[in-house]
Design a binder for this molecule. Structure first.
Ligand SMILES: Cc1cc2nc3c(=O)[nH]c(=O)nc-3n(C[C@H](O)[C@H](O)[C@H](O)COP(=O)(O)OP(=O)(O)OC[C@H]3O[C@@H](n4cnc5c(N)ncnc54)[C@H](O)[C@@H]3O)c2cc1C
Length: 434
């Protein structure tokens, strides 16, 4: 695979894709769930369209959500794949693997690739997602240090974790906990370094986080609070040996997992007319500021019609839905579909369920309650409306809360009713919209 950071020069060796002049040429950058769903949707709407999907990965779409289970050693490879071999051919979708996009010329309507020439488009979808942030710390490129985004990452993590005795995980969020759970499942004696006094402090109070901390301890992972990464120490062979934390303490580790956020893959848009900053700006139809160019999935900073604000989301379900929305609108002459969706993200590593829904890290107010040692609920409000939350232990009210968000009900002053174990929609203030 060509490195994203180094491949800057587009080689214009040929016009590789020559569309049929009668049909619309749709080019999709990225074969993740957003790009693939868009391709499928376009084909369902337009039997004659030329559809090209370009990805720098060496394999077709797979289930990114399941690669953690693979890395734990629990799943064989096959269930992680999504499409049967032949899926793209059957739909007459031209899938170009191992193709790194280096630039987009919005005037000439061309995509430039590192080594596969130039691809012309009538309509373009950018669905290139993100890449894990690399921390610029001493020995940060030592062997045994893992970031986690792709299936090749998962294969390496699975193999390395299986051989490791000690581990350290950095990044107290939804991806970091996957790495911690992999350590637990693979029998690695691990420390989990966290800033502050708790896991995912932007969405959980200490009451909720303590349930997670206990569960981590139960799988053999020890949370270390008020900590963080300073640098790595390596052995003579260049393999990581220990992690020195921000307090100067060294934790032995022959396996390290880092998950401290994403850099969005917009490098190839530098100098183009497409507006982006920590993601590509789109409207609710997944259109960018440039005509005939759309974006979908993790890469977007989209206009959320429920929040009436620009926001961002990194979840499988919303990436898929955005791909479908973009695909419908690309296939139509006018935007026919609007992205109006309440995302959710679940964690299944423990013997109780966990779900975050909506946008639990934004808002100006919140309410929460602990129901038992493994049941807790937190709801987040903005301008008096529910915008998100976290459920631990009991997910039975998730559809009710998502409905309340979609309905834009003014419920901020009715937290007692919302924190009852079973929420009665009829007893709440009337909806503003559905
Ligand atoms: C380990 C892990 C666990 C997760 N667990 C969950 C979960 O439990 N629940 C949940 O909702 N979400 C989960 N997610 C997040 C979810 O997988 C993402 O939100 C979703 O996959 C985003 O899809 P996407 O299509 O927008 O981007 P991606 O899946 O990132 O796809 C983007 C594609 O574009 C390609 N690309 C990037 N730049 C270029 C370029 N210059 N040229 C060519 N190709 C390029 C990339 O290689 C990639 O194939 C998890 C993610 C990971 C990594």
């Amino acid at each position: 695979m060509v490195g994203r950071k180094t491949a800057q020069i587009a080689i214009h060796i040929k016009v590789q894709h020559e569309p049929d002049s009668m049909s619309t040429s749709h080019v999709i950058l990225g074969d993740g769930i957003a790009g693939s769903s868009a391709a499928e949707t376009i084909r369902e709407s337009d039997a004659d369209a030329d559809i090209t999907v370009v990805t720098e990965e060496g394999e077709a779409l797979y289930n990114r959500i399941l690669i953690k289970e693979f890395a734990k050693g629990k799943l064989p490879e096959a269930p992680v794949s999504i499409h049967e071999p032949g899926w793209y051919d059957e739909r007459d979708i031209d899938l170009q693997l191992n193709t790194h996009v280096t630039g987009v010329d919005t005037d000439a309507k061309e995509v430039h690739t590192y080594d596969s020439g130039t691809i012309e488009y009538d309509k373009l979808l950018i669905a290139t997602g993100g890449t894990p942030v690399q921390l610029p710390v001493e020995n940060g490129d030592a062997e045994g240090i893992h970031q986690f985004w792709t299936f090749p990452d998962a294969r390496e993590i699975r193999e390395n974790a299986a051989d490791a005795e000690t581990g350290v995980v950095v990044g107290a969020g939804l991806l970091g906990i996957d790495l911690a759970a992999i350590c637990g499942a693979q029998g690695v004696d691990a420390k989990y370094l966290m800033r502050g006094n708790r896991w995912w402090r932007y969405a959980l109070s200490l009451d909720g986080a303590e349930i997670i901390h206990d569960a981590l301890e139960d799988i053999g992972v020890e949370p270390v609070f008020e900590s963080g990464l300073d640098h790595f120490e390596v052995d003579e062979g260049g393999h990581v040996e220990s992690v020195v934390d921000s307090n100067g303490e060294a934790h032995p580790a022959d396996f390290v997992g880092i998950a401290v956020g994403l850099d969005y893959n917009t490098e190839f848009l530098q100098g183009s007319a497409v507006e982006f900053e920590d993601g590509i700006f789109t409207d609710e139809h997944m259109r960018t500021n440039v005509e005939d160019i759309y974006a979908a999935g993790d890469i977007t900073r989209y206009h959320d019609v429920i929040l009436d604000d620009r926001t961002q989301n990194g979840a499988w379900g919303s990436a898929k839905e955005q791909g479908v929305t973009a695909g419908k609108n690309m296939a139509a002459d006018e935007p026919t579909a609007t992205f109006r969706y309440v995302p959710s993200y679940s964690i299944t590593h423990f013997d109780f369920p966990f779900l975050s829904f909506g946008h639990p890290t934004i808002g100006d107010d919140h309410a929460e309650r602990k129901y038992s040692d493994s049941e807790w609920r937190r709801l987040t409000f903005k301008d008096g409306k529910l915008v998100g939350g976290v459920l631990i232990g009991d997910l039975s009210q998730q559809s009710t809360f998502k409905k309340i968000i979609r309905q834009e009900r003014p419920v901020g002053d009715q937290t007692d009713l919302l924190l009852e174990e079973d929420v009665d929609l009829d007893s709440l203030a009337a909806p503003a919209a559905e």
